[in-house]
Design a protein. Structure first.
Lengths: 640, 107
């Protein structure tokens, strides 16, 4: 309580954080035409302010303290009050820093990348709106506020995937993303209804308190957590709802970096980490989370091996990495999962931005078969891309090594089979990432003469974010060094108060002794090195090229065609629905509804057609009819 | 008793008179084809009812009915003005007021 005063001072900066992006959105949306290219700078400045405020909170929030405050009471009925409020604790601060920090860099990058686009101001207004909703999602102190952000980022994702709306395929991708997300959101929504009904509130405190009155593994808790996980599956692209993410690459590359790699897709992981207490109380759900995560990770990695579009490879690697994060959550290593979210945000954003820089240099070409030898033309992009590739492959001492090692170690101590599968998945990751790297940057150029002439390094607004992200991809790992190397795990310690509550239900995670830990690291590194060498031999020494689409056969063809999952969904879900609606159209709409409606219309028409004949235009007849009518009325009056 | 009969007799006469006037009006409306005459007959019907109202008012011994009749007459005057104006306008256009000719407004 003694730091109560100190905490209240943080309320206004905290509530201001999401307001700046909103302001930026309004300004760029309404005055975009007049602002022209200033819109990009304005939008970036807004995010920078939010980032500074987040840093301020990070510095000033006392250790072990959290600040939850209500901004206004939103809905009141009976004895339930749903309020709109924010929660500032270590978890949300980490996410705030990632969202605003990487968001700012990507805004800056977009100024260069989108410079010649006619929708320049519109692009930035969408980006700012996205940041606003993402901040709401992260800051919310209840599932309701989180859900507003959750839906909002989905909307912005839809708008940005279909940013080039003149292309029908892009619009289809946008719709697909939106619909897949809606399926997941339904789970989230139903989970909220359950919570409201059984716990009488939606803020995290009420729900956690309500949950703790139940015993571990209670059916209600399992139901709620499974439903929440369905929401996370949609947003974070896990099997079976992952198919939208690769298609989402239709959007401009900075969008893929910001929304579909670094921030929005990690919302599911954030949500589960936020609900760690109820998830920890439902061991069955954690088991499901773990298995879905590991299977997704492996499956996406397999598909990634055979993709030839540079962005598609990165998309599948995102799905795969998200799977690994879910494995971490599933084995109860919440802070390891969050750690991977952060490091992944750095190197995956860097990979996407690097890919964007490559595409920029190639004048829109995305097929890695037509690239090659770019290292000497675009040096900064090459080196930053190399760093990110090393980081994602888990090579010491880059960021990915530490976070991935933590997840692997956690899964090793919990479940050996999952550890094996996750290791295979990260081995494949190293292979296909280096495949992309070698095919893009090594050997000689395979594109047209025109493209070769066009090759150029990107402007500074693009290379500066690349360099900053590259630095973070190198050093971010040191925030969470394993026990073998350092006695302090800064990241884990920082997040520890958030996950305090779930400790009791998870049981004391048996700590691996140092020998095992070193062994695991060596195994992971050796596996990564082996697959890098395979990639090197295949694509640099033997100069193998991925064959043309038509020539792929066997399993490779399956992988190249994404295991025909889209076609499968089309057959199993989309086709039956269209057939059913065709049948309903003929049977119900045409036969029943149309019949009833048309019969009514016909009856009215028929009556009108018949009765209008009475209107002869002969005044004498009217008067006669009137007199007769009056006499009849009089007669009735007299008789009855 | 005698006084009552004396009082009843004039009332009867009024009733008979207004019935006759009303019937003349109805027959006129039904039989004549000149719109002007029909309009006059309608006025006749209206005034026969006015007469009845006044007589009942006197019979009942209060003045409500008489005041009411004044209002009716004022409104009727306005209505006649409109009706005659329409009629004049029709006559100017087609040079007749025969209702059998004026039968375009149908179906």
């Amino acid at each position: 309580m003694e730091n109560f005063l100190e905490l209240t001072k943080l309320i206004s900066p905290a509530s201001l954080i999401p307001l700046f992006p909103l302001l930026g959105f309004l300004l760029t949306a309404f005055f975009g035409k007049t602002l022209k290219h200033a819109a990009g700078w304005l939008a970036s400045a807004m995010i920078l302010i939010s980032f500074c405020l987040s840093t301020f909170l990070f510095i000033n929030l006392p250790a072990n303290a959290d600040l939850s405050f209500t901004i206004f009471d939103w809905i009141k009925f009976g004895n339930v009050t749903l309020s709109f409020g924010f929660l500032i604790d270590h978890l949300s601060i980490i996410m705030l820093l990632v969202v605003t920090g990487i968001g700012f860099l990507i805004h800056l990058y977009s100024i260069g990348y989108m410079h010649n686009d006619e929708g320049f101001a519109r692009f930035f207004s969408y980006l700012n709106l996205f940041i606003f909703f993402m901040l709401l999602l992260v800051l919310g102190n209840s599932y309701l506020v989180m859900f507003i952000g959750w839906e909002g980022v989905g909307l912005c994702s839809y708008l940005l995937i279909g940013f080039w709306f003149k292309n029908d395929a892009y619009n289809d991708a946008a719709k697909k993303a939106f619909i897949m997300n809606r399926i997941g959101d339904l789970g989230f929504l139903v989970a909220m209804f359950y919570m409201l009904f059984y716990f009488g509130g939606l803020d995290f405190e009420t729900v956690n308190a309500g949950a703790q009155t139940l015993e571990v593994g209670n059916t209600l808790l399992v139901t709620i957590t499974l439903l929440l996980f369905v929401g996370a599956m949609g947003k974070s692209a896990q099997i079976p709802l992952y198919t939208w993410l690769p298609d989402a690459m239709a959007g401009p590359t900075p969008v893929s970096a910001l929304i579909h790699a670094a921030t929005m897709v990690t919302a599911g992981i954030y949500m589960i980490a936020r609900s760690n207490i109820i998830f920890a109380m439902a061991p069955l759900t954690l088991e499901v989370v773990m298995w879905v995560g590991v299977i997704t990770s492996l499956f996406a990695a397999f598909i990634g091996m055979k993709q030839t579009d540079i962005k598609k490879v990165l998309a599948y690697s995102t799905v795969s990495q998200l799977g690994l994060m879910f494995v971490a959550l599933g084995v109860g290593a919440f802070s390891s999962g969050m750690f991977h979210v952060v490091t992944h945000a750095f190197f995956k954003a860097l990979l996407f931005l690097g890919a964007g820089s490559v595409i920029h240099a190639m004048g829109g070409e995305q097929d890695i078969r037509n690239m090659g030898g770019l290292a000497k033309y675009i040096k900064i992009t090459f080196y930053t891309f190399l760093i990110a590739t090393l980081a994602i492959s888990g090579i010491f001492p880059f960021a990915g090594f530490f976070s991935k090692d933590e997840i692997l170690a956690a899964s090793f101590s919990e479940h050996k089979a999952v550890w094996v599968l996750a290791s295979i998945s990260s081995m494949i990751t190293a292979f296909y990432m280096f495949r992309v790297m070698f095919l893009t940057f090594q050997n000689s150029f395979r594109g047209t003469e025109e493209q070769k002439h066009h090759l150029h390094e990107s402007p500074w607004t693009m290379t500066v974010p690349l360099s900053i992200l590259a630095i973070f991809s190198m050093v971010a790992g040191f925030w969470g060094m394993p026990a073998v190397m350092s006695s302090t795990h800064w990241f884990g310690t920082y997040l520890a108060p958030v996950f305090e509550g779930s400790k009791a239900y998870l049981g004391e995670g048996h700590h691996l002794d140092h020998g095992t830990e070193i062994m695991l690291m060596v195994i992971a590194t050796v596996l990564a090195l082996v697959s890098i060498s395979i990639a090197y031999v295949m694509y640099v020494k033997n100069k193998t090229l991925p064959e043309a689409d038509a020539e792929t056969t066997g399993v490779a063809k399956w992988a190249a065609n994404k295991f025909y999952v889209d076609e499968f969904y089309d057959k199993i879900i989309v086709r039956p629905i269209t057939i059913l609606s065709d049948v309903l159209f003929v049977l119900v709409d045409k036969l029943v509804i149309d019949l009833v409606v048309m019969a009514g219309a016909w009856l009215v028409g028929f009556t009108g057609r018949t009765i209008r004949l009475v209107q002869t235009g002969n005044t004498g007849f009217y008067v006669f009819a009137m007199v007769i009518g009056m006499m009849v009325l009089m007669f009735i009056q007299l008789v009855y | 008793m005698e006084q009552q009969i004396l009082q009843a007799h004039p009332q009867n006469w009024y009733l008979v008179l207004s019935t006759i006037l009303f019937s003349i009006g109805v027959m006129g409306v039904l039989m004549r084809r000149n719109a002007l005459i029909i309009l006059m007959c309608i006025e006749l019907m209206l005034n026969s009812v006015n007469l009845l109202l006044v007589s009942f008012s006197a019979y009942a011994g209060n003045t409500d009915g008489q005041v009411f009749v004044f209002f009716i007459m004022v409104v009727a005057a306005a209505e006649v003005a409109v009706g005659l104006a329409l009629l004049v306008s029709i006559y100017r256009n087609i040079a007749t007021t025969d209702i059998d000719v004026l039968s375009k407004l149908k179906w």
